[in-house]
Ligand binder design. Structure first.
Ligand code: ACK
Length: 886
């Protein structure tokens, strides 16, 4: 082995031999300088293209590798080394770099750019000509390691060209530059030398770049992660802890993983801006005076609530203005109010089951009193109380126990919020009458008591077995009065199964676990991504629970880096969905909350969302099939309205359809209407509402009820019958509101049965009480399905206005000049007086008559009922067909 030490290594690579420059396409070199800048995750230790002075590399023997002394267009030297001893035997030419510090990296990369002559193009050289060269390295802590022997170098690799070039290429100025990258590690010393060994090839080494990779410093989830040099092993992930940015605190320890490629992967945990600061552009900014943030978990600084202020920056709460107060137990988001307590409460009529009360409006009510809240409970049973809201200054509390004392407290609400509760007033119901307690009547009392006892027991047992601690419903009462029962802070109502708003739970996790099963992540196999939801990807997959058969499922995931509010809202949907059990409501299988990603698992609906499905299958279904879909949706909505749940975002995009064309209502987000529906737009009052699907009163004053859901249902009917057409086409939201307010309505879809269009128009009645209820819609659709010939009458094509809205006014208002004229015309004149006496004195009023109304009016003959109802129906259809003057 030839020793490499001594004089052989001292000289720099020599000047080029004449005739050699043809080897290197020099034009290429100037261009090289402007080649790709290194990616930000790569840190150069050496780049021969950027070294302006002498590289200091050494060739041995001196007549082997030589540097071409060229400069580029800026007179900067081009460090190119070449060797081409293809005609001579036994070549062993070394080119040794200067010492390169590794700057602490334990894996380095070497990128070589070179050209290599094809041996076939060298006549006569074939015997000795090679088409490869070798690359070596030698580690050392300092720069005095040059006198080392050839055999001390460690070989990195034999380098061959992907492209070699011929003279023909050169003649055409086709430049074939090879790029090869090799990596070396783990390195254990401070630096190293590289060496290139030629054994008889014709090579030009155009550039050498040596670099290491790092994950560049970033801020993620409000945590700063430093520049991190990648690991020594090419498959190693380095776990790096983040440090919370200024004014933030750790929520869950922030960590990320730095890959060997210099990419940050798998963020875990996060920081939150501390109280008094909010997140903006990856930093925590102070809340300005007048704003506050009470806890790290609140998303942003909020304006001080009414009648409170703060003059300081970084406030965590606001102070009440003079004469305004807030209870200690009230959250800092609550307005400060002036107490206006109700002081004098008088008892009125008292029976054994009810107590009537009246009271005086407070002397200084601090504005107009919007309503009173009356709280009462049986004495010593304070944990189980009832709240009645009333706009009047009298109420009757009923369903009370005989001979029992009840405690009442009343408070008033003004625009400034609630005043304090009045002092406690105690009243007693009358005892059971003495006469009733004679021996004779003992038996019925015992029977009644036992029955009541059994019913109560059944209610209690049912209540315990169902695992629910509460329920909710509105009792039949004065529409101005609202009554709710509470137990341990939760609204309750025995008997009917009703929807419970997860917001009533202090801890949202408790709500999720009350209504949704926790699923082990290992039971779920994710197969593919099927869409994007508000909170993350939606996937399809399979669920295999122990002892059950495998099910296809849809899996909604919560993307990493979510905020606490996002997690709450995301799981809120499961807390709602989990309360429903109906074939036309999407079924919740369960949730994954103990592992990440957090997931909601539901039944899989093969045909996806209804609007997309209909658009894809335009004109492909029979009317009966479409009505079947509508019937399913109505049935799901009837169930929801019976449960006391108002959907607020009923639209074809929120209906899913399976392979049997069964439609199911979905999308039960808590803040859904405000946040995630792309159709939702901001109204002038600041709410975000899907205008085209929403009833006027809900847009105007946020009166969302099952009746406003009925309006939306009418729009869904229109979407279905027009195969996914966009309601009101490209009209702007503002124009839609204006037109609908002026009485215009969507025209009938093409080929739509008149009876269905009439139903749509009924759903879009301005007066919400005049709209049909969901149970009526279901029975109407059932009737149409049972009697398909009723679907044959289509809305008259000539009167269908395809891209205009139709003016909609109450039925027949100007067809007959009076109710009498109409009744005479259908030979029912005998009822004129009864109609007039009962308030049906105009055709507008008559249009609302139902069959029950007729019975109540004394129209008992079925034939007469039919005649009147058919006439009304006929007028409605004629109106739709445009045959009646408006
Ligand atoms: O129209 P699609 O295919 O139906 O695209 C959306 C997407 O995920 C984002 O919401 C689809 N999707 C949502 N829930 C389900 C489900 N339970 N079964 C099948 N697809 C679903 C939806």
């Amino acid at each position: 082995m030839e020793p490499l030490g001594g004089g052989g290594w001292t000289g720099h690579a020599g000047a080029p031999a004449p005739g050699w420059t043809y080897l290197l396409p020099l034009l290429l070199c100037a261009a090289l300088r402007s080649l790709l800048a290194s990616p930000s995750s790569e840190v150069n230790l050496l780049d021969s293209r950027t070294v302006m002075g002498d590289l200091g590399w050494i060739a041995y023997p001196k007549n082997g590798w030589e540097e071409i002394g060229e400069v580029d267009e800026n007179y900067a030297p081009i460090h190119t080394y070449q060797v081409c001893k293809v005609m001579e035997q036994n070549q062993n030419n070394w080119l040794l770099t200067s010492w390169i510090s590794n700057e602490g990296a334990s894996r380095i990369f070497i990128e070589l750019k070179f050209t290599l002559r094809d041996c076939n193009s060298l006549p006569g050289g074939l015997g000795t000509c090679k088409e490869t060269f070798n690359m070596y390295y030698f580690e050392s802590d300092d720069e005095d390691g040059r006198n080392i022997k050839e055999n001390q170098y460690i070989k990195i690799d034999t380098i061959a060209a992907d492209e070699s070039f011929t003279e023909l290429d050169l003649g055409d100025r086709v430049m074939k530059l090879n790029t090869e990258v090799r990596d070396v590690g783990p390195l254990t010393k401070k630096g190293f030398y590289l060496a290139f060994q030629d054994v008889g090839a014709c090579i030009a080494l155009v550039s050498v770049r040596v670099y290491y990779k790092k994950c560049p410093s970033v801020i993620r989830n409000l945590a700063r992660f430093p520049d991190t040099i990648t690991g020594a092993d090419s498959s190693q992930l380095l776990e790096v802890s983040g440090i919370c940015v200024d004014h933030s605190v750790t929520d869950e320890a922030p960590k990320m993983h730095c890959s060997a490629e210099g990419e940050w992967l798998v963020p875990i945990g996060k920081c939150l801006c501390k109280a008094g600061y909010e997140e903006k552009n990856n930093t925590c900014q102070v809340c300005r005076p007048g704003f506050f943030k009470a806890s790290p978990h609140s998303p942003s600084c909020s304006k001080c609530p009414p009648h409170s202020y703060t003059l300081d920056e970084a406030s965590t709460s606001c102070l009440c203005e003079e004469h305004y107060f807030r209870k200690e137990s009230d959250p800092p988001t609550m307005a400060c109010t002036t107490p206006s307590p109700v002081s004098s409460v008088k008892k009125g009529k008292i029976t054994k089951n009810s107590i009537s009360l009246s009271w005086q409006e407070p002397d200084r009510p601090n504005g107009i009193i919007l309503e009173y809240e009356i709280k009462y409970f049986e004495k010593d049973q304070e944990m189980s109380y009832t709240i009645i809201k009333s706009k009047e200054t009298t109420i009757t509390a009923d369903s009370l126990k005989p001979g029992s004392a009840y405690v009442f407290q009343i408070r008033a609400r003004t625009a400034a919020g609630y005043g304090g509760f009045s002092r406690r007033f105690e009243f007693e119901t009358s005892p059971v009458s003495v006469a009733a307690s004679s021996d004779q009547s003992q038996i019925p009392i015992i029977v009644v008591s036992v029955t009541v006892g059994v019913i109560l027991l059944a209610v209690v047992i049912g209540f315990l077995l169902s695992g629910r601690r509460c329920g909710y419903s509105k009792a039949k009462q004065d529409p101005e009065e609202e009554k709710m029962h509470f137990h341990n802070g939760h609204i309750k109502l025995p008997g009917v199964r009703t929807y419970i708003d997860p917001h009533t739970y202090e801890d949202p996790n408790q709500a999720v676990h009350e209504f949704a099963k926790e699923i082990e992540a290992s039971c779920i196999t994710i197969e593919r991504v099927i869409g994007a939801g508000e909170f993350g990807e939606v996937c399809s997959g399979r669920l295999k629970l122990q002892g059950k058969r495998e099910l296809p499922v849809a899996i909604k995931t919560l993307k990493v880096g979510y905020t606490e509010k996002q997690r709450r809202d995301f799981l809120g949907e499961a807390s709602i969905m989990g309360q429903f059990d109906h074939p036309n409501i999407i079924h919740l299988e369960g949730v994954v909350t103990k592992n990440k990603p957090v997931m909601i698992v539901t039944e899989y609906m093969e045909n996806g969302s209804l609007d997309t499905f209909l658009k894809k299958n335009d004109g492909q279904f029979t009317v009966i099939q479409l009505v079947g879909m509508l019937r399913g949706i109505a049935s799901g909505m009837k169930y929801l309205s019976d449960m006391g749940y108002v959907h607020r975002d009923l639209a074809a995009r929120n209906i899913l359809i399976n392979s049997n064309l069964v439609c199911k209502v979905s999308d039960f987000g808590l803040s859904r209407v405000l946040e995630d529906d792309p159709e939702a737009a901001y109204t002038t009052r600041g709410g975000k509402i899907p205008i085209r699907w929403t009833a006027l009163e809900a847009i105007a004053f946020r009166k969302f009820t099952s009746a406003s859901d009925v309006w939306s249902y009418g729009i869904v009917m229109w979407e279905v019958m027009s195969y996914g057409e966009r309601p009101y086409w490209e009209m702007t939201n503002q124009d839609v509101i204006k037109a609908v307010e002026e009485g215009y309505r969507l025209p009938s879809p093409m080929d739509c049965p008149a009876a269905l269009y009439q139903l749509m128009l009924d759903c879009w009645q301005k007066d919400r009480n005049s709209r049909p209820k969901f149970d009526e819609i279901v029975s109407m659709l059932d009737k149409l399905i049972r009697n398909p010939s009723s679907l044959k009458t289509l809305v008259n094509a000539s009167s269908r206005v395809s891209n205009l809205l139709v003016e909609h006014s109450p039925v027949g208002s100007s067809t007959y000049r009076s109710v009498g004229e109409w009744l005479e015309a259908i030979k029912m004149g005998r009822y004129t007086e009864i109609f007039m006496e009962n308030g049906y004195s105009s055709m507008d009023a008559v249009a609302q008559v139902t069959i029950e109304d007729l019975r109540r009016l004394g129209v008992t003959l079925v034939g007469h009922q039919k005649k009147i109802m058919n006439s009304l129906q006929e007028m409605k259809v004629q109106l739709v067909n445009g045959m009646m003057p408006l």
